[in-house]
Write a protein that binds this ligand. Structure first.
Ligand code: IFM
Length: 444
């Protein structure tokens, strides 16, 4: 039996575009995801976030679900185009939605953990150059400042960016996320501007003595393993680790980009002058915690055809519905590596969870034993890591609700609550009931 201290934070998480719907309500204008998902072939089944879980209209019902789980905290993100629907134009009605949500959570004893950017850049900002343009840092800071001013008293912790790797590399290099570009130079610039906007937002927040809440960033990290001990596979794994993990960890914790990756990228990027004097100091501005989203390990092999010389290798691990390896042991190794090589900051697991093909039974139950097992194994790993002194202070299960899973549309269900998208009725899955038991007992 493993136990958690009283101050360990159990939570659950969502993001704005994935659940809110109501894309034209309250003065909101389109985000890059509204535009991207409308393009044929970009999202499974032509799905969009237009209605999603209709959380914008049903948030009170959703707070009741969160309450029923007994969790300490709820992590959600703010839709930037609700706050600044046009360049320089603040929309108080958009802010009011989040203020009401946060206030009601506080009234229920649930701490709001707020992410500023979970990928829904306003379309107007994209049309002015998006994250490729250095001015995006200023646009983001205007938005962040307004959120801090209007919400800090009702928010318990702030995250600047969620998974900048996805926004930059999936969005601008692999082309599978909005805005769907396939240009490495753009993607690397975007990653720099995302990181810079993070660092500058942290500086802005910390320079105001009236703000004292913890602030940090969340990265998606994956421990990488070579498919064999061959020199080629070792090289490929090292490159992939640089591509997903070190390109973000190094600047945040060491104040520099990994030189091996700059070298590799220099095949397509002739100049790194977009990194200006003082940028790295801002990017490595000290945070109060470090957020990690963990889903799976990566098994990687060499590929001479791939521009960065890596590709995924076949693995014989049991998989989730995404085809991702279920790998709680490698999660343990990841945390130990981070502690050894990167940071002493308190760690929050800001996302962890699994998609599986769920079945809603006639009696309203969903027997999602695969998700339950996945969750239990990762929660147990956290308890054990804390016994080793790894200082993980919170765990947020992804996700509160089945929702719009980006390019996979509504095909992949990550929720611990089943959403019938034709009626918008919600049903607690077995995993949610089990999570409530763990949270209540604070043991597993
Ligand atoms: O749904 C996403 C989330 O938006 C970011 N982290 C990974 C989740 C599952 O793919």
């Amino acid at each position: 039996m493993k136990t958690f201290t009283e101050d360990f934070i159990f939570g659950t998480a969502t993001s704005s575009y994935q659940i809110e719907g109501a894309v034209n309500a309250g003065g909101r204008t389109p985000s890059i995801w509204d535009e991207f998902s409308k393009q044929p072939g970009k999202v499974w089944n032509g799905d969009t976030g237009e209605i999603a879980c209709d959380h914008y209209h049903r948030f009170e019902e959703d707070i009741e679900i969160i309450k029923s789980l007994g969790v300490d905290s709820y992590r959600f993100s703010i839709a930037w185009p609700r706050i600044f629907p046009r360049a320089g134009e603040y929309n108080p009605e958009g802010m009011e939605f989040y203020r009401t949500l946060a206030k009601k959570l506080n009234e229920a004893g649930i701490r709001p953990f707020v992410t500023l950017y979970h990928w829904d850049m306003p379309q107007w900002a994209y049309e002015k150059g998006g994250w490729v343009h250095r001015d995006s840092v200023t646009w983001f800071l205007d938005y962040a400042k307004k959120c801090f001013e209007e919400l800090d008293d009702v928010v318990s912790m702030w995250i600047t960016h969620n998974e900048p790797w996805c926004a930059a590399l999936l969005g601008y290099y692999e082309g599978v996320h909005a805005p769907g570009h396939t240009d490495l130079e753009e993607a690397v610039k975007v990653s720099h501007h995302l990181l810079l906007s993070h660092g500058k937002a942290v500086e802005l927040y910390k320079n105001e003595t009236k703000y004292e809440k913890p602030i940090g960033i969340t990265l998606n990290l994956t421990p990488v393993y070579p498919a064999s001990a061959s020199a080629n596979d070792e090289l490929a794994a090292h490159n992939y680790d640089g591509y997903v993990n070190r390109w973000f960890l190094d600047p945040i914790f060491k104040g520099s980009y990994p030189k091996d990756m700059m070298n590799l990228y220099s095949k397509e990027i002739r100049s790194f002058e977009f990194i200006e004097a003082g940028d790295m100091e801002s990017i490595s501005a000290s945070c109060d915690f470090f957020g990690i989203n963990f889903y799976n390990r990566s098994l990687i092999q060499y590929s001479a055809e791939s521009p960065l010389l890596f590709e995924p290798a076949e693995s014989d691990y049991p998989k989730t519905g995404m085809g991702w390896d279920i790998s709680p042991n490698e999660f343990r190794e990841l945390i130990r590596t981070l502690r050894r090589d990167f940071t002493d900051l308190p760690i929050y697991i800001t996302e962890n969870g699994a998609a599986f093909p769920d079945v809603l039974e006639d009696d309203g139950t969903v027997r999602d034993s695969g998700r339950k097992d996945y969750m239990e194994r990762h929660i147990r790993a956290i308890a054990e890591l804390n016994e080793e002194g790894m200082n993980i202070q919170g765990y947020y299960l992804w996700s509160l609700l089945d929702n719009f899973e980006w390019a996979f549309g509504y095909d992949k269900r990550f929720g611990i609550t089943y959403v019938d998208f034709s009626t918008q009725r919600r049903y607690l899955k077995d995993s949610a009931k089990r999570y409530a038991e763990i949270v209540k007992a604070r043991k597993i």
